[in-house]
Design a protein around this ligand. Structure first.
Ligand code: MCN
Length: 781
């Protein structure tokens, strides 16, 4: 039923999204203007912990242009449970009020909201809201938070523990440890980072009293999820709510959850009968939009004399912040699930402690749990190599899951769909020219230069499905929808439930449809991000857009082709099995009917087809039967300046495998973005609170984002191992770059510094930190 030659899929086709973005013609939430629109500004907590003694809004209310000032007392009894979705059984689940309810628990927490005729009036008036807070001691350090006597974020809980997954007793693991040639012990910090999407969060809510309809424009990755949360929080039927994600300038995970503002502004709009808008400042973004990572991991790895990793014991201590965001507490379950990476580990024990601290919540951030797993494993591999004296690539090779072993079930319960890890490693070794690079490094060392080579082999998980196994995330919306409508002219509209925000799905989905129907890409319109137009959907996260959304689309086009062939056979007066669809036409013997002719006939219905309904459209939802596991190998070369500690990345090679690729240009863009984001974490990024709980990185002068000049031209290559789990044979690529690049860079830095006696570094590898490590190593020599 497929056209013989795909003409778009697999081609490097430029993104159709780009002209409007590059020319400034795209509309983001903050570009929206409605008649009578008011603007909101928040009064936020300056204290990381405290009791609210008094809130006096009188002065602010009296200001010119102010339409309303609200605090929690105004909301009491009028809103339901707010957007936090606690999904782990047995967790100490704390309610997350839309505005602080008597207590503040992190710096930046919204306490009151001022609504005024313009945003300047709103911000000025917000300064006039008097808030008296009785400060309490705060706890920021995640390990300190677990100590007896530490300040408690919630009085109602006995400790700051939010959720605990105990380590399971495993006699086999104990035996492996007892018989091992050696044990690597590491304490690893995967520091808290900020997603820093170029567009901050923004919400515009408009309650229309006539039709009793709420429309919310919001910068989100999950418009359907936001709609549900508003419905729950405000007690409205979903049919009365329309959520639109207009152009969204990046999300990287932080726009998955529904936030308090997305429920609060609708409530205010309904109350004031006026549209209300809020767009965060960059400081608000760094303070009050979810962060990522924030793990401390204690790892013990038992290995054999030949460098074989036998067993792994890990304890993950995870900052969930003061209020658990939607997925925050569940993310370390991904780290557990992927704790074997691409390696055959015989036994794993994994303890998770999710911990409340007086900080902003953590959430998914590109990779979400998988970079942490790769970081553990790659640091372990390097340590095993250092102790056994084996080559680092060889140690990894010895541990890789062999090609014939798939589908492969890990001791942690993950079912890997397909993989050819050694093939990818070979290709990467060749592309990097590992042997020559090692020789050059050694020559540089003999001249006293600090050159290092980094390597990381990794696997990751994307497009969640039931085989997500142990991970609680598997219970979070695994299906996706696509509705395809063929117009009488043969033009096609796709309504997809994914909500792309920079990934280029409008282009990729048009490629898929154009090839399915043998039409041009310009004949295909892809609609997303509007819950009134796309009736069902889950959203874009977990690199599921293509794997799950694209497969739903394929199912819908298949359904249409079945019906179209039936119609064509009827019109051609041929038995159905004599008609085939080829090169955009239904053909049988000497006769043929173009796709557009069939589309017109389906709508005109002048010659009804028995047993069929008029029209040509289909809706499909795809629930993946399992989860796909892309993989890859990264190499890099760095040189460290001994005097300044500055680290220069001189080469970076990435060879990845995501199965079939729909558009290599999109895929390369995703890999580049991911790699740079992962390197940013390794090099310079870190959200820092001081001991007292004040955010020290509240502007982009303080939060160090990576810049283009910090990177060489990144060399990309790939292997192709299709997945059997979807008809596209494709795996996700959106997060892949962040998984391997972070440990790869740290591996290179340690390689450069090991000759000086440096055996451990924590991220970010700032010049100061590297310089100190060099000095300390020299002192201890
Ligand atoms: N693709 C392809 N062939 C494949 C896999 C993907 O051609 N085998 C294409 C897809 O068609 C799509 C793009 O690559 O155009 C990414 O697809 P996919 O891997 O399905 O990822 P998602 O669409 O689900 O995007 C989510 C993913 C995640 S989880 C984060 S975080 C992330 C990322 O994408 N955030 C991003 N990439 C981002 N890119 C931008 N510009 N901005 C973000 O916020």
């Amino acid at each position: 039923m497929r056209p013989v030659k795909p003409v778009h899929v697999g081609e490097r086709i430029k993104r159709r999204e780009d002209p409007r973005l590059i020319r400034g013609l795209a509309s983001y939430t903050d570009d929206m203007k409605l008649h009578g629109m008011l603007h909101a500004a928040f009064v936020r907590s300056d204290y990381p912990a405290g009791r609210i003694v008094r809130i006096d809004t009188a002065k602010a209310r009296a200001r010119e242009g102010v339409a309303g000032v609200f605090s929690y007392d105004d909301l009491r009894g009028q809103v339901g449970r707010s957007p936090c979705t606690a999904i782990l059984p047995g967790m100490n689940d704390a309610p997350h009020p839309l505005l602080a309810d008597g207590a503040v628990r992190y710096v930046g927490q919204p306490i009151a909201v001022v609504v005024a005729q313009d945003r300047y009036a709103a911000r000025d008036a917000a300064l006039d809201v008097e808030v008296e807070i009785d400060p309490l001691p705060a706890v920021v350090d995640v390990e300190r938070a677990l100590e007896p006597g530490a300040p408690r974020v919630y009085e109602q809980f006995a400790s700051n523990l939010c959720w605990h997954q105990p380590a399971e007793a495993n006699p086999a693991l104990e035996r492996l440890f007892a018989g091992a040639a050696g044990v690597v012990k590491l304490r690893l910090v995967n520091q808290r980072v900020a997603p820093v999407a170029m567009e901050g969060r923004a919400v515009l809510a408009h309650w229309d009293e006539g039709p009793q309809k709420l429309t919310v424009w919001t910068s989100t990755q999950t418009p359907h999820g936001v709609k549900q949360q508003i419905a729950i929080c405000l007690g409205l039927p979903e049919i009365r709510i329309r959520v639109v994600a207009p152009e969204v300038g990046g999300g990287f995970g932080c726009k998955i959850p529904a936030y308090p503002e997305e429920c609060l502004l609708p409530w205010i709009s309904r109350r004031l009968r006026r549209p209300v808008k809020w767009a965060e400042t960059r400081t608000e973004n760094l303070m009050n939009t979810t962060h990522g990572r924030g793990h401390v991991e204690y790892v013990e790895a038992a290995y054999a004399a030949d460098g074989k990793l036998l067993a792994l014991r890990a304890k993950s201590i995870v900052e969930v912040g003061a209020y658990c965001s939607m997925l925050g507490a569940a993310i370390p379950t991904f780290t557990h699930l992927l704790a074997c990476g691409p390696y055959t580990v015989e036994a794993v024990s994994f303890e998770i402690l999710d911990v409340y601290t007086n900080t902003m919540a953590t959430e998914a951030y590109r990779g979400a749990g998988r970079p942490e797993a790769a970081y553990i494993l790659e640091r372990v591999m390097d340590e095993i190599a250092a102790r056994t004296g084996e080559d680092r690539v060889l140690v990894r090779r010895r541990n890789l899951i062999p090609e014939g072993a798939f589908p492969y079930t890990t001791p942690t319960g993950a079912v890997y769909d397909s993989g050819r890890y050694e093939l990818t490693l070979d290709k990467a070794v060749g592309r990097f020219d590992y042997a020559a690079e090692c020789r050059a490094r050694d020559a540089a060392r003999s001249e006293g230069r600090l050159v290092g080579i980094g390597v990381a082999t990794f696997t990751e998980i994307c497009g969640l499905g039931p085989s997500t196994g142990a991970s609680a995330l598997s219970r979070h919306g695994t299906w996706e929808s696509a509705e395809v409508r063929v117009e009488p002219t043969g033009n096609v509209t796709v309504m997809t439930g994914v909500s792309p925000h920079g990934q280029g799905q409008e282009t990729a989905f048009a490629q898929l449809v154009a090839d399915a129907f043998g039409i041009g890409m310009d004949d295909v319109t892809v609609v997303h991000g509007d819950t009134d137009q796309v009736t069902h959907g889950v959203g874009t996260f977990g690199s599921r857009g293509l794997v799950v959304g694209g497969t739903a689309l394929r199912m819908a086009t298949d359904k249409i082709l079945v019906k179209a062939r039936r119609i064509a056979a009827h019109l051609l007066k041929l038995p159905e099995d004599r008609v085939r669809f080829e090169d955009g036409a239904f053909r049988g013997g000497e006769v043929a009917l173009g796709f557009r002719d069939v589309a017109m006939a389906a709508h005109l219905w002048n010659d009804p087809v028995p047993g069929e309904e008029p029209g040509l459209e289909a809706l499909a939802r795809f629930e993946p039967p399992g989860t796909t596991f892309p993989f890859g190998v990264h190499f890099c070369r760095v040189e460290v300046d001994r005097e300044t500690g500055e680290l220069e990345i001189q080469r970076f090679v990435s060879v990845d495998d995501v199965g079939n690729v729909i558009n290599p240009m999109l895929a390369d863009g995703q890999r580049l973005g991911g790699i740079v984001q992962g390197l940013g974490q390794a090099l310079c990024e870190e959200v820092r609170y001081d001991e007292g709980g004040q955010l020290q990185t509240a502007t982009l002068m303080d939060y160090a984002m990576p810049r283009a000049a910090m990177f060489p031209r990144i060399e990309l290559d790939s292997t192709c191992t299709p997945t059997p789990l979807n008809p596209l044979g494709a795996k996700g690529i959106g997060e892949l770059g962040t998984i391997g690049s972070t440990p790869c860079l740290v591996s290179a830095a340690l390689d450069a510094l090991r000759p000086l006696g440096v055996t451990h570094l924590d991220m970010p590898l700032t010049p100061q930190r590297v310089w100190r490590a060099i000095r300390e190593a020299a002192a201890s020599r």
